[in-house]
Unconditional design. Sequence first.
Length: 339
Amino acid sequence: MSANDNRKAAIKKLRLLAYNSKVNANVFRKKIEDEYNISFLPNHVERSEHDYGGVKCDVLTPEIYSSKRILFYVHGGSFVGGSRASYRCFCSMLANKAYSRTVVPEYRLAPTYAFPSAVEDIQASFRALFTEEQIQRSLDGDVDEDGNSVTTMPEVIIAADGAGASIALSLILNLRERYRACIKKIVLFSPWLNLSSQSPVITGKKVQDEVLSGEILASSGQVYTYESNLENPLISPVFAADEFLKGFPPVYIQMGQKEILVDDANTFKKRLLENGAECEIDLWPDMPHFFQMAEEYLADAHKALDKFSSVISGIDNQNVERQSFENKPILEHSLRAEA
């Protein structure tokens, strides 16, 4: 395929994740599953199922992973579609790139289960995961230089895309300090940060975005919650009060330069920086919304995922053969690799 044909195929695939109010929710979900669900996971990643807080989750384990780190992923899909099944391929790649076990919760979807159902599910699964990881570390029996027993905190990376970013950030805004302290990084792919009627994305006429439109964001917001609630910070994080942004974990945002969401991302970054938090926006020229999900068509998607890897693991995947794994003592083989 030519580069132009590849781009057209990528846009067609990515548009399936953008909800259109004219399409029945079940039809929308089926199209996503038909396109994204796969039979075999890439990179020799092992999948198991675990119940965290009453929420079924995929646990994706790469061949080599850090024993002290876990990636918690909240999938997108316009609040209406997407699932752990349709995200298995993408999240398996992330697990491999980040050298991290990856947990993907199956949260409830709108419109049948509107806000705050998804937020409740993500909170329940995260807290249960945190507790289990903490217990496991206490059983591992780490000791300090004086021989005293030490319980290390779980090291958690929270990642999300699109509407999933709204849900993931609502989780963090609700977390107590002891939970927040274990979050080492937040990674957001093309995040939805403002669904209110005040958003210039919704009211504007920008047409450069090949995947999203103000109408899509508005339609998704209307099935997720009622109109007057769209300015709720748990739905539109740009409205979060300063007190909730102080002490916020470091944020890394990766998105295409052509997206209509860039202005909202810059607004959120400004709010974080004003409150002493860290935030980096990594813009990829000429790339559409959530281009990383179309890696089979877009060469830049591979490069972007390598950048994600270096942000999380500190290992440059493009030069990995020339590097020594300085954190090798905390890297372990999965069960599959040991078999």
